[in-house]
Design a protein around this ligand. Structure first.
Ligand code: ZN
Ligand code: ZN
Length: 410
């Protein structure tokens, strides 16, 4: 996050902060013999703006040359780069903007290219579900960004054990052995495995605890409105639920030294994974499904609630006795296809019924007679065309439904 913040500062936020709060817009003129209320308020505002400020040398220009006009902007605001208030605000927008972009790009791609849209015909698929998932995600996103921002501020202020270069850890490993020199790589691998094991284990239990009735009712239920989820449901959470499940990712860099680029990559990957396990794809029979918590496992979690709480792997579910392996007959696509067939048959039946009634009317001479005796009345357009308006619209509706069903089949 420190790299992201520095890049954002140098290329956009220095300018934005100096435009919104230019240096000199507040004076700390409280040393006069009789400071006014305005002076005191200015001084208070300035001390808030400079909260946590340690001097310009803490955040040196690194991506632009010191002679660049961008470089001169870093002290052009009353909020210096290392102001806690500025960091909280900037990181909020970075976190919010990042999750917004990731959600819309990856969920949209997954929805159109991975999600089997026949699932939208599943009997438990809600009316306007995709729209509802998006609305809930949009509401949750800023709140979730607000909740995680303090962790990011701690990170950019150097409170974590994240490290920059490969050489910083593992140098002493394998000293005097044939593997000497590979210690850094060994540590990197060790930290990644520990990272994954820790987050997987913690997320399993946090998710499982969220199913305790007291917490489920208050926090986790909104995410289980989607019995047949789509990729747009990945962030459709109560914000505290989403935050709770992301906590292990924020805690671990405070207790385990990890390369910061690896950490950032893994943070990105888990966000992608969260979207992808909601694509409803019940790929069955793959060998890796015994170990990987795939979309099939998470689809079963949404359908049956008390199984497959895991994140990347199935080991925690197996340990906790909540593992349910995906099976061909559990695939919700079967009910979706059955429902499509039922709707198609119903539409066909209605169309046939409408046609039969129409034919009956043509064959009934009393109707013709009634029309003739209705002198003085010019009749509706439908009647002039000798077609019953109600029946025609009925047929059109049925046909539309039918073609809708067929068009959605892939
Ligand atoms: Zn759940
Ligand atoms: Zn889910």
């Amino acid at each position: 996050m420190d790299v992201a913040l520095r890049l954002a500062d140098e290329y956009a936020l220095d300018r934005a902060w100096s435009w919104a709060f230019p240096a000199g817009s507040l004076s700390a003129n409280v040393a006069t013999s009789a400071p006014t209320v305005k002076d005191s308020l200015s001084a208070l505002a300035l001390s808030i703006a400079r909260l946590g400020h340690q001097g310009p040398e803490v955040f040196p220009i690194s991506f632009t040359s010191p002679s660049s006009p961008l470089a001169t902007l870093q002290d052009a605001s009353i909020f210096p780069r290392d102001s806690v208030v500025r960091q909280l605000t900037s990181l909020f927008f970075i976190a919010y903007g990042g999750s917004f972009l990731l959600y819309w790009s990856i969920s949209t791609l997954a929805y159109y290219f991975l999600f089997d849209r026949r699932l939208e015909h599943h009997p438990r698929f809600l009316k306007n579900q995709v729209r509802k998932e998006i609305v809930l995600s949009m509401k949750a996103m800023p709140a979730m960004a607000g909740l995680i921002v303090p962790w990011f501020v701690g990170e950019v202020r150097g409170a974590t054990l994240l490290y920059d270069t490969l050489e910083e850890y593992g140098g002493g490993w394998f000293k005097g052995t044939a593997l000497e020199g590979y210690g850094h790589w060994a540590y990197l691998t060790f930290s990644m495995v520990t990272f994954m094991a820790f987050t997987d284990w913690c997320i399993y239990w946090i998710h499982r605890w969220l199913h305790i009735p007291f917490l489920y009712k208050r926090l986790h239920k909104p995410h289980h409105r989607w019995l047949v989820p789509t990729p747009f449901s990945a962030l459709a959470f109560h914000p505290v639920d989403g935050y709770a499940q992301s906590l292990p990712y924020h805690v671990i860099p405070y207790i385990l030294p990890i390369n910061k680029y690896v950490y950032f990559g893994m943070f990105l990957v888990v966000n992608l994974w969260t979207i992808l396990i909601h694509d409803g794809d019940m790929i069955n029979g793959h060998y890796l499904q015994k170990f990987i918590n795939s979309p099939a496992h998470h689809t079963l979690h949404h359908l049956y609630f008390t199984c497959n709480y895991g994140q990347y792997f199935t080991w925690a579910d197996k340990y906790g006795g909540s593992y349910r392996p995906p099976r061909e007959d559990l695939d919700p696509i079967h009910d979706a296809v059955k429902n499509m067939d039922r709707k198609r048959k119903l539409a066909e039946k209605e169309a046939k019924q409408a046609l039969r009634e129409q034919n009956k009317q043509y064959a009934d001479p009393s109707i013709e007679k009634a029309h003739e005796s209705d002198s003085g009345y010019e009749g509706s357009e439908a009647e002039l065309d000798n077609k019953p308006a109600v029946k025609v619209s009925h047929i059109r509706t049925a046909s539309k439904d039918e073609s809708h069903d067929i068009r959605r089949r892939r």
